[in-house]
Design a protein around this ligand. Structure first.
Ligand SMILES: [Zn+2]
Length: 75
Protein backbone atom coordinates (compact mmCIF):
# COMPACT_ATOMS: atom_id res chain seq x y z
CA UNK A 1 0.00 0.00 0.00
CA UNK A 2 1.58 3.17 -1.14
CA UNK A 3 1.67 6.23 0.98
CA UNK A 4 -0.04 9.03 -0.79
CA UNK A 5 0.28 12.57 0.45
CA UNK A 6 -3.01 14.39 0.27
CA UNK A 7 -1.77 17.75 1.37
CA UNK A 8 0.06 20.01 -0.99
CA UNK A 9 1.39 23.50 -0.51
CA UNK A 10 0.17 25.46 -3.46
CA UNK A 11 2.03 28.64 -4.34
CA UNK A 12 0.38 31.28 -6.47
CA UNK A 13 2.55 32.39 -9.42
CA UNK A 14 0.83 35.76 -9.42
CA UNK A 15 1.38 36.92 -5.87
CA UNK A 16 3.49 34.25 -4.24
CA UNK A 17 0.84 33.43 -1.68
CA UNK A 18 1.05 29.85 -0.55
CA UNK A 19 -1.47 27.77 1.29
CA UNK A 20 -1.73 24.17 2.30
CA UNK A 21 -4.64 22.42 0.70
CA UNK A 22 -5.99 18.94 0.82
CA UNK A 23 -6.23 17.33 -2.59
CA UNK A 24 -9.08 15.09 -3.63
CA UNK A 25 -7.70 11.57 -3.78
CA UNK A 26 -9.67 10.43 -6.78
CA UNK A 27 -9.93 13.49 -8.95
CA UNK A 28 -7.85 16.29 -10.37
CA UNK A 29 -8.47 19.88 -9.56
CA UNK A 30 -8.26 22.03 -12.63
CA UNK A 31 -9.11 25.42 -11.22
CA UNK A 32 -7.92 27.02 -8.03
CA UNK A 33 -8.82 30.37 -6.59
CA UNK A 34 -5.83 31.98 -4.95
CA UNK A 35 -6.66 32.95 -1.41
CA UNK A 36 -4.13 35.75 -1.63
CA UNK A 37 -4.96 37.70 -4.76
CA UNK A 38 -8.04 35.92 -6.07
CA UNK A 39 -6.41 34.85 -9.30
CA UNK A 40 -7.86 31.74 -10.89
CA UNK A 41 -5.01 29.34 -11.47
CA UNK A 42 -5.04 26.71 -14.17
CA UNK A 43 -2.57 23.89 -14.80
CA UNK A 44 0.35 24.50 -17.10
CA UNK A 45 0.23 22.74 -20.45
CA UNK A 46 1.06 19.08 -19.90
CA UNK A 47 0.06 19.11 -16.27
CA UNK A 48 -3.16 17.50 -15.16
CA UNK A 49 -4.03 19.71 -12.26
CA UNK A 50 -3.06 22.83 -10.38
CA UNK A 51 -1.23 20.81 -7.74
CA UNK A 52 1.09 19.32 -10.34
CA UNK A 53 1.83 22.79 -11.66
CA UNK A 54 1.99 24.91 -8.56
CA UNK A 55 2.00 22.60 -5.58
CA UNK A 56 5.02 21.10 -3.90
CA UNK A 57 3.40 17.68 -4.04
CA UNK A 58 1.82 16.30 -7.23
CA UNK A 59 -1.73 15.05 -7.14
CA UNK A 60 -2.48 11.59 -5.71
CA UNK A 61 -3.02 9.82 -9.07
CA UNK A 62 0.40 11.02 -10.21
CA UNK A 63 2.00 9.95 -6.94
CA UNK A 64 0.56 6.49 -7.50
CA UNK A 65 1.73 6.55 -11.09
CA UNK A 66 -1.82 6.06 -12.22
CA UNK A 67 -3.22 7.11 -15.53
CA UNK A 68 -4.74 10.15 -13.90
CA UNK A 69 -6.93 12.35 -16.06
CA UNK A 70 -4.33 12.92 -18.75
CA UNK A 71 -5.59 11.77 -22.08
CA UNK A 72 -9.10 12.77 -21.23
CA UNK A 73 -10.56 15.76 -22.92
CA UNK A 74 -9.20 17.76 -25.81
CA UNK A 75 -5.49 18.04 -26.32
ZN1 LIG B 1 -2.28 34.92 -5.81
Amino acid sequence: MSKVVLQSVLTCPECGHSSTDTMPSDACQFFYDCKGCGAVLRPRPGDCCVYCSFGDIPCPPVQEDAACCQGNGPA
